[in-house]
Ligand binder design. Structure first.
Ligand code: CUV
Ligand code: SF4
Length: 667
């Protein structure tokens, strides 16, 4: 069924203005979009699949399990809990594998750079030294590249660590958290090893106890959060610069009518950075001019977009759900892709236009795309080859329509270091002011809105949650496509302070910061772990991440990576709220994830559907943490009269403390 310009019958479901505009103007071109396919399919997904109780791990199945019905367990006897826990674990393993393979490429690129090969340099020497210390590397009196090389090699070795020693980076976590991991025996060892082990444990007939599987998954997820993702973020910062607040624009309106538009879509910053350098190259610009363009306009899609947005202020054209729309503008000469979150349909949509899809990674090829392999040793040449191809397409551009109204200012680039500087001031960079503002209640707590967007649900979801949180004086941290979508609705601007509750507005206005802080891509969720750890270290908010009034959500998650992220947050002591997790067909396992796991890890999963319910849970949990910390008491000293003293048993012990946030300077 070829539906023309449709999506438009369904425009009611789409709230994104630029998407509506593109679909309306798509002319006579015939292509289908994910919106059409969601419609054509209806919402009736398989009940077993969506509740986690379909197992196809061996050829006696597939087995569809009905919890509580004796004859409806697996042929092998696997129960609903085992099947759902296995499925959950495999999502964690796949998500971790994705982050890990990405991180490995970053480490390899880092080693290339340390050797002085390739177009990049070590930009953040401070951070290099800090990370070197974590890996017990001597830095005194050594050349920067020498330190970097040792760091790269040690980091790479941890991927394949075969000893039972924990990953170096775990020691960055609060001491109490490390102790919890040690006691549970879930400190990750080699990053690759945890993925392999979890794949093994979820093979037919191995681990058949859902608690044990959940803990195995925690170990794997921690290898992602505190291992591969954190490593990727840190090495990317060291090489390309730690992000600082930067003004930029997002949405489809960033495409340029008069320039060669090249979108870079996927995840690995090595390719994107090389393209950025090549796009400014005189030789390339001359080529573009010869083709009749006034220049080369690079724009990002998905997480790779977030990476170059954060560091270079390069505009983001689209998040995950807009990737087809970017092509449907007809204004893109080439969409360069690497790995993860690239819908196969981009090659199908591109057929209706002059656009080429260029795959660049041997791992990820696509029917209908052109392949130009990216080689990190030859990064600049690879990038030039790609751009030359794109420039060659400029003359072939036909009718196009770039949404005119959609181009939103954003301020991005809030690494944990910048938060610390911004609130602490230039001379006393510290988390003290953030902690103090939380303790005195001006900021109630921190809510992270992360992860993908998803065609099955309204694109307004992120916005609704964010608005509700900031209205309730909760500071929002955002990453991934969630951050892009919040940018599209204007919440990444300091001006958005007007939508905050009074006290958060005051803080934002004083500092000049937006109430929603863009912290980067999906791997950059590791920045949130570090920020949380720093808040604990600063003191006054307990001694573990699980004490903080902070919570995360990935309401529109679609990628398995999001499940790995959710689980490493939980395993690190931070609660999360997800929409429709496929575990609910298994009663005990599902209950364990949402309750029982609390006594093991100090945090649990929450599942909710409606955006406002998600926000309500987040607010409630934050207030509960505040209560537990004793910072929800009235700050004014209460003067007790004699009657009150008698009611309290006469002694009046500790009365003087009632009004103080007594824990403030613990730490
Ligand atoms: Ni890595 S994982 S859709 S690009 S955030 Fe965007 Fe982010 Fe999800 Fe993918
Ligand atoms: Fe069925 Fe067990 Fe095989 Fe799964 S592992 S498909 S439950 S027999």
């Amino acid at each position: 069924m070829a539906v023309t310009r449709n999506g438009c019958e369904g425009c009611n479901d789409i709230t994104c203005q630029s998407t509506i505009e593109v679909l309306e103007k798509a002319g006579e071109k015939t292509f289908t979009t994910a919106y059409d396919r969601v419609k054509a399919r209806g919402m009736a997904a398989c009940l077993f699949g969506s509740t986690g109780t379909c197992c196809r791990h061996c050829n006696m199945g597939p087995c569809q399990i009905i919890d509580g019905v004796e004859e409806m367990i697996g042929i092998c006897g696997a129960t609903a809990d085992t099947v759902a826990a296995r499925h959950f674990s495999r999502m964690v393993a796949a998500g971790t594998a994705a982050h890990t393979d990405h991180a490995r490429e970053m480490v390899r690129g880092f080693i290339t750079t340390a050797k002085g090969e390739g177009p990049h340099q070590i930009k953040d020497v401070d951070k290099l030294k800090k990370l070197a210390a974590v890996f017990n590397i001597v830095t005194e009196g050594r050349e920067v590249n020498d330190i970097a090389l040792e760091l790269g090699q040690k980091a790479l070795a941890e991927f394949g660590n075969q000893e039972n020693t924990p990953l170096s980076m775990l020691k960055r976590a609060p001491a109490k958290r490390q102790e919890i991991w040690r006691k549970l025996g879930i400190e990750p060892r080699g990053v690759d090893r945890e993925v392999v082990e979890l794949m093994h444990r979820t093979h037919m007939g191995v681990d058949q106890e859902y608690h044990n599987l959940t803990m195995g998954s925690a170990r794997c997820a921690l290898a992602d959060g505190w291992g591969s993702s954190m490593l990727s973020t840190e090495l990317t910062d060291i090489m390309f610069g730690t992000p600082v607040p930067t003004r930029a624009v997002v949405d489809l309106g960033v495409l340029r009518p008069d320039q060669v538009n090249v979108t870079v879509h996927g995840h690995e910053p090595l390719l994107a950075e090389a393209l950025c350098i090549a796009a400014a190259d005189q030789e390339m610009l001359a080529l573009a001019k010869k083709a009749g363009a006034t220049g080369i306009n690079l724009a990002g899609v998905c997480c790779t977009g977030n990476e170059i947005l954060m560091r270079r202020g390069i505009p983001v054209a689209a998040g995950f759900v807009q990737q087809e729309m970017a092509l449907a503008t007809g204004a893109i000469e080439a969409m360069v892709v690497d790995v993860q979150c690239i819908m196969q349909s981009v090659a199908q949509v591109a057929k209706s236009f002059h656009t080429d899809i260029i795959t660049t990674n041997y791992r990820a090829k696509m029917d209908g795309a052109i392949h130009i392999q990216f080689d990190e040793h030859e990064a600049l040449n690879s990038a030039k080859r790609i751009l030359t191809h794109a420039i060659g397409n400029f003359k072939k551009r036909g009718d196009f329509h770039i949404p005119t109204k959609s181009k939103l200012d954003v301020v991005v680039g809030f690494s944990h270091e910048t938060i610390n500087h911004m609130l602490g001031g230039r001379f006393r960079a510290s988390y003290r002011p953030l902690n103090d503002n939380i303790i005195n209640g001006r900021i109630r707590g921190v809510g992270a809105i992360v992860g993908c967007d998803n065609f099955k649900l309204s694109d307004e979801t992120h916005e609704i949650i964010a608005r509700e949180l900031i209205k309730n004086n909760i500071l929002v941290l955002a990453t991934g496509c969630a951050a892009t979508s919040l940018g599209r609705v204007g919440l990444l601007r300091p001006e958005a302070a007007q939508f905050c509750g009074e006290s958060l507005a005051e803080v934002c206005e004083t500092v000049g910061m937006p109430p929603v802080l863009h912290m980067g891509s999906c791997v950059d969720n590791s920045r949130i772990l570090i920020a949380a750890t720093e808040m604990v270290r600063e003191g006054g908010l307990g001694d573990d991440i699980s004490d903080l009034p902070a919570i995360g959500t990935a309401p529109l998650w679609m990628s398995e990576k999001a499940v790995a992220i959710g689980h490493y947050f939980v395993a690190s002591g931070a609660q999360v709220v997800f929409q429709s997790l496929p575990v609910t067909g298994a009663k005990q396992f599902s209950k364990y994830l949402q309750e029982g796991i609390m006594k093991d890890l100090g945090a649990h999963w929450n599942i909710a559907e409606a955006p406002l319910d998600i926000a309500r849970i987040m607010i409630e949990k934050i207030e509960q943490k505040r209560d537990a910390l004793g910072i929800n008491k009235k700050r004014d000293r209460v003067l007790f009269d004699m009657a009150m003293r008698r009611d309290l048993g006469g002694a009046g012990a500790g009365i003087g403390d009632v009004g103080c946030h007594g824990k403030q300077h613990m730490g």
